[in-house]
Design a protein around this ligand. Structure first.
Ligand code: UDP
Ligand code: MG
Length: 326
Protein backbone atom coordinates (compact mmCIF):
# COMPACT_ATOMS: atom_id res chain seq x y z
CA UNK A 1 0.00 0.00 0.00
CA UNK A 2 1.21 3.47 -0.83
CA UNK A 3 2.49 5.62 1.99
CA UNK A 4 1.80 9.31 2.47
CA UNK A 5 4.34 11.37 4.41
CA UNK A 6 3.27 14.67 5.87
CA UNK A 7 6.06 17.15 6.56
CA UNK A 8 5.32 19.79 9.18
CA UNK A 9 7.88 22.48 9.96
CA UNK A 10 7.26 23.89 13.43
CA UNK A 11 8.80 26.87 15.15
CA UNK A 12 7.62 27.55 18.70
CA UNK A 13 4.41 25.63 18.16
CA UNK A 14 4.12 23.67 21.41
CA UNK A 15 0.42 24.53 21.64
CA UNK A 16 -0.29 23.17 18.18
CA UNK A 17 1.49 19.81 17.99
CA UNK A 18 -0.91 17.62 19.97
CA UNK A 19 -3.98 19.06 18.27
CA UNK A 20 -2.42 18.79 14.80
CA UNK A 21 -1.46 15.18 15.43
CA UNK A 22 -4.94 14.20 16.51
CA UNK A 23 -6.66 16.05 13.67
CA UNK A 24 -4.35 14.61 11.00
CA UNK A 25 -4.24 11.05 12.26
CA UNK A 26 -8.01 11.04 12.71
CA UNK A 27 -8.59 12.31 9.21
CA UNK A 28 -6.10 9.99 7.51
CA UNK A 29 -7.31 6.91 9.34
CA UNK A 30 -10.87 7.80 8.43
CA UNK A 31 -9.87 7.99 4.76
CA UNK A 32 -7.86 4.78 4.92
CA UNK A 33 -4.61 6.45 3.95
CA UNK A 34 -1.38 4.88 5.19
CA UNK A 35 0.58 7.80 6.63
CA UNK A 36 3.52 9.08 8.61
CA UNK A 37 3.90 12.51 10.21
CA UNK A 38 7.29 14.19 10.23
CA UNK A 39 7.71 17.20 12.46
CA UNK A 40 10.79 19.38 12.16
CA UNK A 41 11.23 21.73 15.08
CA UNK A 42 13.12 24.70 13.71
CA UNK A 43 15.23 25.50 16.76
CA UNK A 44 12.15 26.20 18.87
CA UNK A 45 12.67 27.85 22.22
CA UNK A 46 9.57 26.42 23.81
CA UNK A 47 8.48 22.83 24.41
CA UNK A 48 7.82 22.02 20.75
CA UNK A 49 10.31 19.19 20.55
CA UNK A 50 9.15 17.71 23.85
CA UNK A 51 5.63 17.63 22.39
CA UNK A 52 6.90 15.96 19.23
CA UNK A 53 8.72 13.40 21.33
CA UNK A 54 5.61 12.69 23.32
CA UNK A 55 3.57 12.21 20.15
CA UNK A 56 6.27 9.95 18.68
CA UNK A 57 6.31 7.78 21.79
CA UNK A 58 2.56 7.28 21.52
CA UNK A 59 2.41 6.68 17.79
CA UNK A 60 5.24 5.12 15.83
CA UNK A 61 4.09 6.77 12.62
CA UNK A 62 5.19 10.09 14.04
CA UNK A 63 8.83 11.06 13.83
CA UNK A 64 10.68 14.28 14.31
CA UNK A 65 13.91 16.18 14.56
CA UNK A 66 15.06 19.36 16.20
CA UNK A 67 17.44 21.88 14.64
CA UNK A 68 20.32 23.23 16.66
CA UNK A 69 19.01 26.75 16.02
CA UNK A 70 16.41 28.50 13.89
CA UNK A 71 17.28 27.82 10.26
CA UNK A 72 14.01 29.01 8.76
CA UNK A 73 11.01 27.28 7.32
CA UNK A 74 12.70 26.39 4.03
CA UNK A 75 15.33 24.38 5.87
CA UNK A 76 12.58 22.74 7.93
CA UNK A 77 10.77 21.68 4.78
CA UNK A 78 13.92 20.21 3.25
CA UNK A 79 14.85 18.34 6.42
CA UNK A 80 11.35 16.90 6.47
CA UNK A 81 11.62 15.82 2.84
CA UNK A 82 14.95 14.22 3.59
CA UNK A 83 13.46 12.29 6.48
CA UNK A 84 10.30 11.27 4.67
CA UNK A 85 9.85 7.84 3.20
CA UNK A 86 6.45 8.14 1.55
CA UNK A 87 5.53 7.54 -2.07
CA UNK A 88 3.91 10.94 -1.88
CA UNK A 89 4.78 13.77 0.49
CA UNK A 90 2.53 16.60 1.64
CA UNK A 91 4.15 19.72 3.06
CA UNK A 92 1.94 21.84 5.29
CA UNK A 93 2.06 24.30 8.19
CA UNK A 94 1.62 22.74 11.57
CA UNK A 95 -0.75 25.47 12.74
CA UNK A 96 -3.49 23.88 10.57
CA UNK A 97 -3.91 27.07 8.56
CA UNK A 98 -3.59 24.76 5.60
CA UNK A 99 -6.83 22.80 5.98
CA UNK A 100 -6.20 19.06 6.40
CA UNK A 101 -9.49 18.42 4.62
CA UNK A 102 -7.68 19.17 1.32
CA UNK A 103 -5.29 16.25 1.82
CA UNK A 104 -7.65 13.44 0.72
CA UNK A 105 -8.33 15.44 -2.46
CA UNK A 106 -4.62 15.85 -3.11
CA UNK A 107 -4.09 12.18 -2.45
CA UNK A 108 -6.80 11.27 -4.96
CA UNK A 109 -5.27 13.50 -7.64
CA UNK A 110 -1.92 11.87 -6.97
CA UNK A 111 -3.42 8.41 -7.35
CA UNK A 112 -4.83 9.56 -10.66
CA UNK A 113 -1.35 10.41 -11.86
CA UNK A 114 -0.56 13.97 -10.75
CA UNK A 115 3.09 14.39 -9.73
CA UNK A 116 2.69 17.74 -8.00
CA UNK A 117 -0.54 18.93 -6.42
CA UNK A 118 -0.42 22.63 -5.60
CA UNK A 119 -2.58 24.10 -2.88
CA UNK A 120 -4.05 27.33 -4.26
CA UNK A 121 -5.36 29.90 -1.81
CA UNK A 122 -8.79 31.24 -2.51
CA UNK A 123 -8.65 33.65 0.39
CA UNK A 124 -5.83 34.66 2.66
CA UNK A 125 -7.80 34.26 5.86
CA UNK A 126 -7.86 36.82 8.64
CA UNK A 127 -4.67 38.79 9.05
CA UNK A 128 -3.66 42.07 10.55
CA UNK A 129 -3.54 44.99 8.13
CA UNK A 130 0.23 45.30 8.46
CA UNK A 131 0.70 41.65 7.72
CA UNK A 132 -1.62 41.78 4.75
CA UNK A 133 0.18 44.79 3.29
CA UNK A 134 3.65 43.37 3.73
CA UNK A 135 2.59 39.97 2.44
CA UNK A 136 0.90 41.74 -0.50
CA UNK A 137 4.07 43.67 -1.31
CA UNK A 138 6.11 40.50 -0.90
CA UNK A 139 4.01 38.53 -3.40
CA UNK A 140 3.91 41.46 -5.80
CA UNK A 141 7.70 41.61 -5.91
CA UNK A 142 8.03 37.85 -6.13
CA UNK A 143 5.48 37.39 -8.91
CA UNK A 144 7.14 40.07 -11.01
CA UNK A 145 10.59 38.66 -10.59
CA UNK A 146 9.81 35.00 -11.01
CA UNK A 147 7.11 35.51 -13.64
CA UNK A 148 4.73 33.18 -11.86
CA UNK A 149 1.62 34.10 -9.99
CA UNK A 150 2.85 33.69 -6.47
CA UNK A 151 -0.05 35.36 -4.73
CA UNK A 152 -2.24 32.28 -4.69
CA UNK A 153 0.51 29.70 -4.34
CA UNK A 154 1.75 28.47 -1.00
CA UNK A 155 3.94 25.86 0.62
CA UNK A 156 0.94 23.58 0.91
CA UNK A 157 1.67 20.92 -1.69
CA UNK A 158 1.75 17.26 -2.41
CA UNK A 159 4.84 15.98 -4.20
CA UNK A 160 5.44 12.62 -5.76
CA UNK A 161 8.55 10.74 -4.59
CA UNK A 162 10.21 11.50 -7.96
CA UNK A 163 9.82 15.22 -7.38
CA UNK A 164 11.04 14.97 -3.79
CA UNK A 165 14.15 13.14 -4.98
CA UNK A 166 14.81 15.82 -7.60
CA UNK A 167 14.49 18.57 -4.99
CA UNK A 168 16.80 16.74 -2.60
CA UNK A 169 19.40 16.42 -5.36
CA UNK A 170 19.54 20.17 -5.96
CA UNK A 171 22.93 21.41 -4.78
CA UNK A 172 21.83 24.94 -3.87
CA UNK A 173 21.67 26.15 -0.27
CA UNK A 174 19.25 29.00 -0.77
CA UNK A 175 16.07 27.31 -1.79
CA UNK A 176 12.61 28.65 -2.47
CA UNK A 177 10.39 25.60 -2.13
CA UNK A 178 7.25 27.19 -3.43
CA UNK A 179 8.73 28.10 -6.78
CA UNK A 180 11.11 25.14 -7.06
CA UNK A 181 8.37 22.55 -7.29
CA UNK A 182 6.92 24.62 -10.13
CA UNK A 183 10.34 24.89 -11.72
CA UNK A 184 10.82 21.09 -11.80
CA UNK A 185 8.03 21.03 -14.39
CA UNK A 186 6.32 17.78 -13.38
CA UNK A 187 2.66 17.16 -14.10
CA UNK A 188 0.84 19.57 -11.85
CA UNK A 189 -2.72 19.64 -10.63
CA UNK A 190 -4.16 22.00 -8.08
CA UNK A 191 -6.55 21.99 -5.19
CA UNK A 192 -8.20 25.18 -3.97
CA UNK A 193 -8.35 25.85 -0.27
CA UNK A 194 -9.24 28.59 2.13
CA UNK A 195 -6.62 29.69 4.59
CA UNK A 196 -7.88 28.88 8.07
CA UNK A 197 -7.48 30.96 11.14
CA UNK A 198 -4.59 30.10 13.39
CA UNK A 199 -5.94 28.48 16.53
CA UNK A 200 -3.02 28.76 18.90
CA UNK A 201 0.07 30.96 19.05
CA UNK A 202 0.84 33.69 16.57
CA UNK A 203 2.35 34.14 13.12
CA UNK A 204 6.13 33.97 13.08
CA UNK A 205 6.57 36.54 10.33
CA UNK A 206 7.33 40.16 10.97
CA UNK A 207 7.45 42.86 8.29
CA UNK A 208 11.22 42.72 8.14
CA UNK A 209 11.47 38.95 8.09
CA UNK A 210 9.05 38.94 5.14
CA UNK A 211 11.11 41.59 3.34
CA UNK A 212 14.29 39.66 3.94
CA UNK A 213 12.56 36.54 2.66
CA UNK A 214 11.42 38.45 -0.45
CA UNK A 215 14.88 39.79 -1.26
CA UNK A 216 16.56 36.48 -0.60
CA UNK A 217 14.07 34.55 -2.73
CA UNK A 218 14.08 37.12 -5.49
CA UNK A 219 17.84 36.94 -5.81
CA UNK A 220 17.91 33.17 -5.52
CA UNK A 221 15.39 32.83 -8.33
CA UNK A 222 16.00 35.76 -10.62
CA UNK A 223 18.84 37.83 -12.04
CA UNK A 224 16.49 40.65 -12.93
CA UNK A 225 17.93 43.02 -10.31
CA UNK A 226 21.28 42.68 -12.05
CA UNK A 227 19.72 43.62 -15.37
CA UNK A 228 18.22 46.58 -13.59
CA UNK A 229 21.76 47.86 -13.11
CA UNK A 230 22.21 47.88 -16.89
CA UNK A 231 18.93 49.73 -17.31
CA UNK A 232 20.00 52.35 -14.78
CA UNK A 233 23.26 52.75 -16.68
CA UNK A 234 21.41 53.28 -19.95
CA UNK A 235 19.08 55.82 -18.38
CA UNK A 236 21.93 57.85 -16.97
CA UNK A 237 23.79 57.72 -20.32
CA UNK A 238 20.73 59.15 -22.10
CA UNK A 239 20.42 61.76 -19.40
CA UNK A 240 24.08 62.71 -19.67
CA UNK A 241 23.91 63.03 -23.47
CA UNK A 242 21.07 65.51 -23.09
CA UNK A 243 22.99 67.43 -20.43
CA UNK A 244 26.21 67.35 -22.45
CA UNK A 245 24.45 68.90 -25.42
CA UNK A 246 22.91 71.57 -23.25
CA UNK A 247 26.25 72.32 -21.62
CA UNK A 248 28.02 72.59 -24.98
CA UNK A 249 25.35 74.85 -26.39
CA UNK A 250 25.63 77.10 -23.36
CA UNK A 251 29.41 77.08 -23.56
CA UNK A 252 29.34 78.09 -27.21
CA UNK A 253 26.77 80.75 -26.50
CA UNK A 254 29.04 82.07 -23.77
CA UNK A 255 26.49 81.73 -20.94
CA UNK A 256 28.11 78.89 -19.04
CA UNK A 257 29.24 80.70 -15.91
CA UNK A 258 26.98 79.27 -13.20
CA UNK A 259 26.92 75.49 -13.52
CA UNK A 260 27.46 74.69 -9.88
CA UNK A 261 23.98 73.31 -9.17
CA UNK A 262 24.21 71.01 -12.16
CA UNK A 263 27.55 69.67 -10.98
CA UNK A 264 26.27 68.92 -7.49
CA UNK A 265 23.15 67.24 -8.85
CA UNK A 266 25.13 65.15 -11.29
CA UNK A 267 27.52 63.95 -8.64
CA UNK A 268 24.64 63.04 -6.35
CA UNK A 269 22.65 61.23 -9.01
CA UNK A 270 25.55 59.30 -10.45
CA UNK A 271 26.90 58.53 -7.00
CA UNK A 272 23.51 57.20 -5.97
CA UNK A 273 23.17 55.03 -9.05
CA UNK A 274 26.67 53.68 -8.63
CA UNK A 275 26.21 52.75 -5.01
CA UNK A 276 22.85 51.16 -5.63
CA UNK A 277 24.33 49.12 -8.46
CA UNK A 278 27.26 48.07 -6.32
CA UNK A 279 24.81 47.04 -3.61
CA UNK A 280 22.85 44.85 -6.00
CA UNK A 281 25.98 43.26 -7.40
CA UNK A 282 27.29 42.85 -3.86
CA UNK A 283 24.14 41.02 -2.92
CA UNK A 284 24.67 38.49 -5.67
CA UNK A 285 28.31 38.10 -4.72
CA UNK A 286 27.18 37.40 -1.16
CA UNK A 287 24.88 34.76 -2.58
CA UNK A 288 27.72 33.16 -4.53
CA UNK A 289 29.88 33.30 -1.42
CA UNK A 290 27.23 31.51 0.64
CA UNK A 291 26.72 28.84 -1.98
CA UNK A 292 30.43 28.30 -2.49
CA UNK A 293 30.96 27.66 1.20
CA UNK A 294 28.64 24.71 0.78
CA UNK A 295 27.48 24.58 4.37
CA UNK A 296 24.53 22.35 5.16
CA UNK A 297 21.06 23.89 5.01
CA UNK A 298 20.43 22.90 8.60
CA UNK A 299 21.99 21.18 11.58
CA UNK A 300 20.05 18.62 13.54
CA UNK A 301 20.67 18.47 17.26
CA UNK A 302 18.12 15.88 18.36
CA UNK A 303 15.80 13.33 16.84
CA UNK A 304 12.93 11.29 18.24
CA UNK A 305 13.81 7.78 19.40
CA UNK A 306 12.28 6.13 16.37
CA UNK A 307 14.73 7.86 14.02
CA UNK A 308 18.06 6.10 13.81
CA UNK A 309 21.29 7.96 13.08
CA UNK A 310 21.89 11.61 13.89
CA UNK A 311 23.96 12.44 10.85
CA UNK A 312 22.12 14.47 8.26
CA UNK A 313 23.56 12.54 5.35
CA UNK A 314 22.90 9.16 6.92
CA UNK A 315 19.19 9.73 6.65
CA UNK A 316 19.12 9.36 2.91
CA UNK A 317 20.19 5.74 3.08
CA UNK A 318 17.95 4.95 6.01
CA UNK A 319 14.85 6.52 4.74
CA UNK A 320 13.52 3.35 3.18
CA UNK A 321 14.12 1.33 6.33
CA UNK A 322 11.67 3.49 8.20
CA UNK A 323 9.01 3.04 5.62
CA UNK A 324 6.36 0.95 7.38
CA UNK A 325 4.72 0.22 4.01
CA UNK A 326 7.66 -1.81 2.78
N1 UDP B 1 8.02 28.17 10.74
C1 UDP B 1 9.26 27.53 10.82
N2 UDP B 1 10.38 28.30 11.00
C2 UDP B 1 10.33 29.67 11.08
C3 UDP B 1 9.07 30.30 10.97
C4 UDP B 1 7.94 29.52 10.81
O1 UDP B 1 9.35 26.32 10.74
O2 UDP B 1 11.38 30.29 11.25
C5 UDP B 1 6.80 27.33 10.56
C6 UDP B 1 5.68 27.60 11.57
O3 UDP B 1 5.86 26.84 12.73
C7 UDP B 1 4.44 27.20 10.80
C8 UDP B 1 4.80 27.57 9.37
O4 UDP B 1 6.23 27.65 9.32
O5 UDP B 1 4.19 25.79 10.87
C9 UDP B 1 4.17 28.87 8.95
O6 UDP B 1 4.50 29.89 9.87
P1 UDP B 1 3.44 30.96 10.39
O7 UDP B 1 2.16 30.28 10.72
O8 UDP B 1 4.10 31.71 11.48
O9 UDP B 1 3.29 31.86 9.11
P2 UDP B 1 1.93 32.41 8.45
O10 UDP B 1 0.95 31.28 8.47
O11 UDP B 1 1.51 33.55 9.29
O12 UDP B 1 2.35 32.81 7.06
MG1 MG C 1 0.41 30.12 9.94
Amino acid sequence: MALLSIVLPAYNEEQNIANTVSVLSGLLEENGIEYELIFISDGSRDGTFAEIRKAAAENDRIRGAEFSRNFGKEAGIFAGLELSGGDAVVVMDCDLQHPPSAIPQMWKLWQEGAEVVEGIKTSRGKESLGHRLSAGLFYQIMSRLIRMDMNASSDFKLLDRKVVDVLLELPERNTFFRALSFWTGFRTESVKYEVQERQYGESKWSFWSLMRYAVSNATSFSTLPLQLVTVMGLVSILFSVALAIQTLVRYLAGTSVEGFTTVILLILIIGGFLMLSLGIIGHYIARIYEEVKGRPKYIISRVTDNVRGQAVGAWRAQRREHNPAE
